[in-house]
Ligand binder design. Structure first.
Ligand code: B12
Length: 503
């Protein structure tokens, strides 16, 4: 077999503005082990390839194929596996979904499923395949051996200080970059793995329960590399909770501030790992936006989702952080999560009121969503049977819009699809209340984005009104016929992706 690897990601309808980190890390390891690396991310925002192109590529190059799978779009990945199966010798699958359901992935046509983090074992696996060796010595895999499924012992946890920098040269720039500014889509950096939180809705299986972080200097070097190599000037720290280690954060901020690079950055974090001193340091180091996982402002809900054990402190702290960020002139995004089985009309109404009170501080916008129970989370394990949504991802038809997200989901009602799924069979009134809540937040987001893109207040107001009108029209058309909405709104939606994701 050729010493070539082809990384694939199926088209999902929800486009990737940025290249997948998994391929950048594993691509580097494959290259260092002497493999040529090819990537086709069919979900990349500007990727134009179709399944025929992929089959031709596989026939020509005869590579080992590696597919990355999230739960939401597992079925799209399985479709892809079925289509390429006749042309591939070996298909490896990996990612958050495969980690929980390796056997399902094998049943769906993959030869080998990688469980958990792959960096420590990937070179061994590739070498074993390329040399035609038995797989019984390769850790962290589930595989088919003479029609039997075998499960090897777990791979070692990755020491992230020792990992080589993710290799972004493996990606075709044109898949992510059309205009100069979009090179910043290459600015994603992962500085830690895991999260100290134990929220009931969050998937923690992949990186384990122990929180690991890279030293400040190591992170700083990656920032520098992206700046020098690609001209990236906007870094997105994609950690679950970037600010957990205060000492490291301050050390990194000092390095960035001292280097005086023309670089701005954004991150996401939790309420319980942020204080005024950190915010001020972050500002001086170029931080322009923090996405806060607030999730709720209702004490009972915060406790039930295990976001905190001291809800009063948490809510007060949220308000303090918003004020500190306003003072520091750092934009704030707030995530709000609803759709829990215990949500009541009163609770969502109260949440709505409390959100209105913090609205003026939320300068980046509201995000979050309606709960989608991910396997291996408490919200899945405790309720899947009771509410009848076991293995919901296999019923794609019932849960997802195939490969086209209507225009109104772009800005106005991002969580419409999640709400329709109604996993916890919410009462009609609660459903309506949540619908209202997200539409209200959608309108604010439209206002914010229009203001950020157009300084002139007349122009921005006009753009806001226009986008709102188009969103409502899209929702109206969609309710008549999804294909009518698609044919009329697609050209505007395609253009609007760029408007939305511009940094
Ligand atoms: C950045 C990110 C995104 C970006 C993705 C950008 C991109 N181009 O990839 C955006 C914002 C688009 C996104 C969207 C969504 N995301 Co997201 N996202 C993340 C985040 C924060 C980081 C992902 C990452 O890069 N990790 C670092 C890399 C190194 O890890 P990795 O991808 O898991 O890869 C490792 C292993 O999984 C494995 N592996 C992965 N692929 C492969 C392939 C092969 C062949 C092999 C051998 C191994 C392997 O090896 C890798 C190295 O160890 C994670 C949380 C997290 N901390 O990981 C959530 C996370 C992946 N997202 C998640 C979810 C639910 C979503 C959404 C469905 C949210 C939504 N409701 O809309 C959407 C789905 C969009 C889509 N089209 O599929 C979940 C997935 C859970 C699950 N069971 O699938 C996660 C884990 C968050 C969470 N804790 O719940 N997301």
């Amino acid at each position: 077999m050729e010493r070539k690897v082809l990384f694939l990601r199926a088209e999902t309808g929800w486009k990737d503005p940025s290249p997948p980190m998994a391929f950048a890390y594993l691509g580097k390891i494959a290259k260092d082990a002497g493999f040529e690396v090819l990537v086709e991310n069919l979900n990349a925002q500007y990727n134009q390839k179709n399944i025929g192109d992929i089959i031709e590529l596989i026939k020509k190059e005869n590579p080992i194929v590696g597919i990355s799978i999230f739960t939401n779009y597992a079925v799209d990945s399985y479709d892809l596996i079925k289509k390429i199966r006749p042309y591939c010798k070996t298909i490896i699958a990996g990612g958050p979904h495969v980690t929980i359901y390796p056997e399902e992935t094998i049943e769906q046509g993959a030869d080998i499923a990688v469980v958990g983090e792959a960096e420590a074992m990937f070179a061994n696996l590739l070498n074993a395949i390329a040399l035609g060796k038995k797989l019984d010595k390769v850790k962290g895999i589930v595989y088919k051996d003479k029609n039997k499924i075998k499960k090897n012992p777990a791979a070692e946890q990755v020491n992230i200080d020792k990992l080589p920098s993710p290799d972004k040269d493996i990606f075709r720039k044109e898949d992510y970059v059309k205009i100069k500014d979009e090179i910043n889509n290459f600015g994603g950096i992962l500085t830690s793995r895991g999260c100290p939180g134990r929220c009931t809705y969050c998937y923690h299986a992949l990186f384990g329960k122990c929180f690991r972080y890279r030293p400040a200097k190591n992170v700083f070097d990656e920032v520098l590399e992206l700046y020098k190599k690609y001209g990236v000037t906007h870094i997105n720290f994609i950690d679950d909770a970037f600010t957990v280690n205060k000492n490291r954060l301050i050390e990194l901020c000092d390095m960035l501030a001292e280097a005086k690079l023309p670089i701005e950055w954004v991150c996401a974090t939790r309420i319980d790992f942020l204080d005024e001193e950190m915010i001020s340091k972050m500002k001086k180091a170029g931080c322009v936006m923090i996405s806060l996982g607030v999730e709720s402002l209702i004490p009972s809900s915060l406790i039930k989702m295990k976001k905190t054990s001291n809800a009063e402190w948490y809510i007060q702290r949220t308000k303090d952080i918003l004020i500190w960020c306003k003072k520091a002139k750092i934009r704030i995004g707030v995530n709000i999560l609803t759709g829990f089985p215990w949500n009541s009309t009163e609770e969502i109404k109260e949440l709505n009121k409390r959100i209105k009170r913090i609205r003026k501080y939320v300068t980046q916008g509201f995000c979050g969503g309606v709960l989608q129970p991910m396997p291996n989370t408490e919200d899945y394990d405790n309720y899947a049977k009771e509410y009848g949504f076991e293995k919901w991802w296999m019923n794609k038809k019932d849960f997802f819009i195939k490969n086209h997200h209507p225009f109104f989901m772009l800005f106005y009602h991002v969580f419409w699809e999640q709400l329709q799924n109604n996993f916890y069979k919410l009462d009609k009134k609660v459903f309506r209340e949540i619908d209202q809540l997200y539409k209200m937040m959608g309108k604010w987001n439209l206002k914010i984005i229009s203001k950020r893109r157009f300084r002139n207040s007349f122009v921005s107001f006009g753009v806001y009104q226009g986008l709102l009108l188009l969103s409502k029209l899209s929702l109206f058309l969609y309710n008549i016929s999804p294909s009518l909405e698609k044919s009329l709104m697609s050209p505007i939606a395609n253009y609007s992706y760029r408007f939305k994701y511009k940094h």
